[in-house]
Every structure is written in C-alpha cells, then in structure tokens.
Design a protein around this ligand. Structure first.
Ligand SMILES: [Fe+2]
Length: 136
C-alpha cells in the first residue's frame, strides 16, 4: 500500500516516481520491487546545513533555499528538484533544477504552513516544515 506523495526509486535503471494517488499494489521496475525513498536525518547533517530546505516567509509567500548555506550546483553534485506541499497534501509544486542554477524556489501563496523536500543526486532526500506559530 502506497501513500500520496511518497517517492520510490528503481535501483537498476534510476527511475524515480512519486505517488499521485495511492494503491494496493507493489511498484515494480526492471523486474524488481522499487525502493521507497526515505528522508535523510537532518540531525546527522554535519556539513553546514547544505541540504535541509531553509524556508523563509516573504510578503508574497515563501523562499525555499537549499540550504542555509547554498548547496553546490556542480555537474557531478547538485540538487535535482525542490518540491513543496501543503501539510494536508492538497497542493503540490515542484521545480526541477540543473547544474549552475541557484537551488532556490520562490513560492507565491497565502498559506502559513508548508512542507519542503529536495533531492540531492548524491546525498538523497531531505525535508523541512514551516509552521507560522513556531517561528514568531
Ligand atoms: Fe549533496
């Protein structure tokens, strides 16, 4: 059984998928089960918060930067996408990134809470949340 917005990857061919609507069946690619992608433990980030999404409230919505010190965007090591969603998972937005681009997503919205995730091609999936009453 899958859940909405879970990520799965194929360790053979590199396919990386997101669940839009959940179902009962097992996801299979290249003749083997796909692996559910888990978020990395941010408490283990010892390299200066380069991966945990850094979320700042703006007048128009949010700026999401990867991370508090911008992550490298080199040919061999870069952020592949930033995705944000509302805590209830009703709204989703994804920005794909490529080497030499700035790992930043500017989100226009009137919302007060968001969840941000990003995928580093080497260090995996990272997550953080913004809740208004925890920041003031
Ligand atoms: Fe990285």
């Amino acid at each position: 059984m899958t859940e909405a917005l879970e990520y799965y990857k194929c360790n053979v061919c590199g396919n990386f998928v997101e669940i839009v609507l959940p179902g009962e069946g097992e996801l299979v690619c290249c003749s083997q089960p796909m692996e559910k992608v888990k978020t990395q433990d941010s408490s283990e980030e010892m390299t200066g918060e380069k991966h945990v999404p850094f979320i700042q409230k703006t007048q128009e919505g949010f700026d999401i930067k990867i991370g508090s010190i911008l992550h490298p965007m080199e040919e061999q090591h870069y952020i592949q996408f930033i995705e944000v969603h509302s805590p209830d998972k009703k709204y989703v937005k994804r920005k794909y990134l490529y080497p030499n681009e700035e790992p930043v997503l500017k989100l226009k919205c009137g919302c007060n809470e968001i969840v941000a995730r990003e995928l580093c091609n080497i260090h995996g999936l990272w997550i953080s949340e913004y809740k208004e009453n925890e920041k003031e």
